[in-house]
Design a protein around this ligand. Structure first.
Ligand code: UDP
Length: 467
């Protein structure tokens, strides 16, 4: 009984196929998009690798199609940014042949006419190539900001004009990139000189997927945040651009967390005064040295500010990937902060940020974390590690002015001062007020029929039906 095996297929005629890049920050927006499209009546089929595979039991309405990758690719997530970039590239290539077989089988089973399109992460060029060869239209989901897409698209220019690779760190990093304001060289997506070619290739492949092989670009951003950047991307692209973010406001995360979210501390938050607690999390990939963790910990302790801190397994370099937070934190920290702090391995982040007790977020400035914070009016301390995090920090500090960077070497004294500035100073209160305004602006984009993101979703649905 096909309807029993594929419940969605039994009920719905139009299928949308999805293929997320298997990293948490990419999986979440793709599943949120799935929720939006499913809500509009599409049947959802998710292709996924064994690496960071989703749990089908948490999405009973979707069908899941595993795409095996060779042994060795499904091990623990890489740590260094160079390895992440190489892994992303290798992942796409490694699943190409198996994806071709699985996709062909699905198209035959559903009947080709019943499949509207495939939405794939912009990083998965081979997936776009396979679909195109099978005459299936594709849409590209870029899970970062419009500004970060523009940075990738500008890569050849950035190299030609000598901004990249960064040659002389001290002299070059603060140089403004006049062609891509408000970025300085340090804000661009870049990695070490030795791996520069790898990054150029990643940018080129991503832009090829969008400009040559897709029928549209979906961006998890919204008009109130990036109007100018969206205009720029639209000007440069022949395909339509759908600014349908922030997706988490349309569709709750819906069980796409790879780690178990520890909900036990939400009640603990209830006891604190409004906007008094600092939430600290560096996302799913960023990792720090043991020394930085110690300075971070004692800086948090010394600030006297209540806190909820996510110390996920593997946060500290060299600590076993399954190392618990007790193993990673300095001795004496938990005892010293028991009265006003809690540490968890992974949090229900959206709910934490929504909690009235939370008044600040120390983040690595991943795009999901940034938009989740903005949508709850929570100002940020930013400690970017790699990729688009530097550029997101630039926008937080310089454009939206809802936070500031904790730069340089981490020292407990400067950490303490930064936390106090955000949580108790007038300066921080002003950032919080501006974050509150952005929250309202985001709500206008996502509410009612006239909201820009609502209209973009309508347009996306019409576009999918027309493909
Ligand atoms: N997240 C979570 N619990 C945590 C920390 C993060 O659920 O304790 C989620 C967060 O809500 C966000 C995602 O993980 O949706 C992280 O994505 P982001 O783009 O911020 O960073 P990345 O992990 O890709 O570096």
């Amino acid at each position: 009984d096909a309807a029993a095996v594929y419940p969605a297929a039994g009920r719905r005629r139009w299928h949308v196929l999805l293929f997320p890049l298997p990293y948490q920050g990419h999986i979440n927006p793709m599943f949120r998009l799935a929720g939006v499209l499913h809500g509009r009546g599409f049947a959802i089929t998710v292709f996924h690798t064994d690496f960071n595979a989703p749990d089908p039991a948490r999405h009973p309405d979707y069908r899941f199609v595993p795409v095996p990758v060779p042994d060795g690719m499904s091990g623990p997530a890489p740590v260094a940014i160079e390895d992440v970039v190489a892994h992303i590239d290798a992942m796409g290539r490694a699943c190409e042949a198996a994806f071709r077989d699985r996709l062909a089988a699905v198209l035959e089973e559903y009947s080709r006419d019943a499949v509207a399109c495939l939405v794939a992460d912009t990083h998965l060029l081979p997936v776009f190539e396979v679909a195109t060869r099978l005459a299936l239209p594709t849409l590209a989901l870029r899970t970062g900001s419009a500004a970060s897409y523009a940075c990738f698209a500008a890569y050849p220019m950035l190299c030609e004009k000598g901004y990249l690779p960064v040659q002389v760190q001290d002299l070059q990093l603060d140089m403004p990139v006049n062609e891509l304001p408000p970025f300085r060289v340090r804000d661009l997506i870049h990695i070490g000189k030795d791996s520069h070619d790898l990054m150029c290739e990643m940018a080129a492949r991503l832009v090829t997927a969008v400009t040559k092989l897709s029928s549209g670009l979906i961006l998890n951003t919204f008009d109130a945040l990036e109007r100018r950047e969206l205009e720029g991307v639209r000007r440069d692209l022949a395909v339509p651009v759908f600014d349908i973010g922030p997706l988490h406001k349309f569709s709750p995360v819906g069980g796409s967390s790879l780690l178990c979210q520890d909900r036990s501390r939400l009640e603990w938050l209830d006891a604190w005064a409004p906007e008094s607690v600092l939430y600290v999390s560096f996302g799913s990939l960023a990792s720090m040295s043991a020394r930085d963790l110690v300075e971070t910990a004692w800086g948090i302790a010394g600030s006297g500010v209540p806190f909820l801190w996510v110390v996920r397994p593997g946060l500290v370099h060299g600590c076993a990937s399954e190392g618990s937070h007790q193993q990673q934190l300095p001795e004496g920290f938990e005892a010293a902060t028991r009265e006003r702090g809690r540490v968890v391995a992974w949090a229900p982040q959206e709910e934490v940020l929504r909690h009235r007790a939370v008044g600040g977020f120390w983040t690595h400035s991943g795009w999901n974390s940034t938009t989740e914070s903005i949508c709850e009016g929570v100002p940020m301390l930013c400690r970017p590690y790699f990729g688009d995090q530097t550029g997101n920090t630039r926008y937080v500090e310089h454009v939206w002015r809802v936070g500031f960077e904790v730069g340089g070497d981490l020292e407990r004294g400067s950490v303490e001062a930064a936390i106090r500035r955000l949580m108790t100073d007038k300066d921080g209160a002003e950032m919080r007020a501006r974050a509150g305004e952005l929250k309202k602006a985001a709500a206008v984009c996502t509410s009612g029929k006239g909201g820009s993101s609502c209209m973009a979703i309508d347009k996306l649905v019409t576009h999918i039906m027309s493909l």
